[in-house]
Design a protein around this ligand. Structure first.
Ligand SMILES: *Cc1c(COP(=O)(O)O)cnc(C)c1O
Length: 374
């Protein structure tokens, strides 16, 4: 048996919608992107959604509309995919890297210690789909007059205190990379209920163009556009949006299936006192984009041995989420001392989790894992 660590759930519906879109002749940002945005906004409960080429460009636009620039500092967790901190550097600001807590989410106590007069925003990450404590960060941002930005790359379909991620604040950035819960190949989305942010992000993602090509195409008058400011080409294509529309219809079902598998892992592993498992606190609802297990010091097998022995049996796993401050691209940039994050990163293993994952596959993983842990 060969068990991958992840795979996207796509079927004929996505292929058909992409096929139909191609035959309309309108293939880049157009009516399908608008439809996907409206449906995504409705799904999250936000007023607006802006589709872009990926979550990294979504985060970049969030930084720009939040007016973050050189001389500013933005606090984010080191433990995240590197794009989180990179987007702060894109606008010339300083990424201040902080610790995570037991849930692998940004540690508010460490954030409080790192706030300076230069701090302009806090960029929280919903780590592998587990929401961070949004209300606590909203309160802190209000008190300190900071902007809250959410890196929800992994968190489509997750919820916090009764609302889907995307609802709670004004710059929430999602990814549709195949490693996330739903995919458009590559793709991203920003949800917001702030109309000024919304208008500016729509402008920036399409070269700063005052009148977009969809409007020009449909106009009976000749329209000549101006470019209002330095913009970018961060468009999503209609082919991608056609896939995304079908993926979004399946999102709640995919999340429900993922949660069933996560609970099976939890049941099977909860009695090993040398493991720390993901815990969903009251009011938190994870899409389980990943199921990451931390091996405490008294675990009888090392993380790397466990990964290799699993791979020998045909079971792919991954190491835990990376720490940005130890990457070569951050050498000499950050002198952050983050022992908790480093330990979490070095001793965590991500187990296979995808839809559909058959009972035979789940049992194969669980049985072998238990054997190796004994
Ligand atoms: C995947 C990921 C990103 C980058 O998303 P892309 O769509 O690949 O640009 C950013 N932040 C986090 C936390 C991620 O997991």
């Amino acid at each position: 048996m060969k068990i991958p660590v992840a795979k996207p759930y796509l079927d004929k519906e996505e292929a058909q919608n992409a096929y139909d879109t191609i035959l309309t002749g309108w293939v880049t940002q157009g009516p399908k992107v608008s439809e996907f945005e409206e449906k995504f906004a409705t799904y999250t409960g936000a007023k607006y959604a802006v589709a872009v080429s990926n979550c990294t460009t979504a985060l970049h636009l969030a930084m720009i509309v939040a007016q973050i620039s050189d001389n500013d500092e933005v606090i984010c967790p080191s433990m995240s995919y590197i794009a989180t901190a990179n987007c702060i550097r894109y606008v010339g600001a300083k990424a201040v890297l902080v610790e995570v807590n037991e849930d692998y989410n940004i540690d508010i106590e460490d954030v409080k210690k790192k706030i300076t007069p230069k701090t302009k925003a806090i960029l929280i990450v919903h780590q592998v789909g587990m929401p961070a404590d949004i209300e606590a960060f909203q309160a802190l941002c209000k008190e300190k007059n900071l902007i809250l930005i959410e890196d929800a790359a992994c968190a489509a379909g997750s919820a916090y205190k009764g609302h889907k991620i995307g609802f709670h604040s004004d710059l929430v950035c999602f990814s549709f990379h195949p490693r996330k819960v739903i995919t458009t190949g590559d793709g991203g989305m920003i949800t917001t209920s702030n109309s000024a942010y919304y208008e500016r992000m729509k402008l920036l993602r399409q070269h700063g163009m005052a009148i977009n090509d969809q409007i020009r195409h449909n106009s009976t008058q000749v329209l000549i556009t101006d470019h209002l400011e330095l913009g970018y080409n961060y468009r999503m294509t209609d082919i991608q949006a056609a896939v995304g529309i079908k993926q979004l219809e399946k999102l709640d079902w995919i999340v429900a299936e993922r949660r069933k598998i996560a609970f099976k892992y939890h049941e099977a592993l909860k009695n090993f006192d040398f493991l720390h498992l993901p815990i969903e606190k009251d009011g938190y609802f994870s899409n389980f984009q990943s199921y990451s297990v931390y091996l405490k010091k008294n675990c009888p097998i090392s993380r790397d041995d466990l990964m290799q022995k699993m791979l020998d049996l045909g079971i792919s796993t991954r190491s835990g989420v990376m720490t940005t401050h130890r990457e070569t691209a951050y050498k000499g940039y950050s002198d952050a001392k983050l022992p908790f994050s480093e330990d979490r990163c070095d001793r965590s293993i991500v187990l296979p989790l995808y839809v559909p994952m058959s009972d035979v596959e789940i049992d194969f993983v669980i049985e072998n894992l238990i054997k190796l842990l004994k």
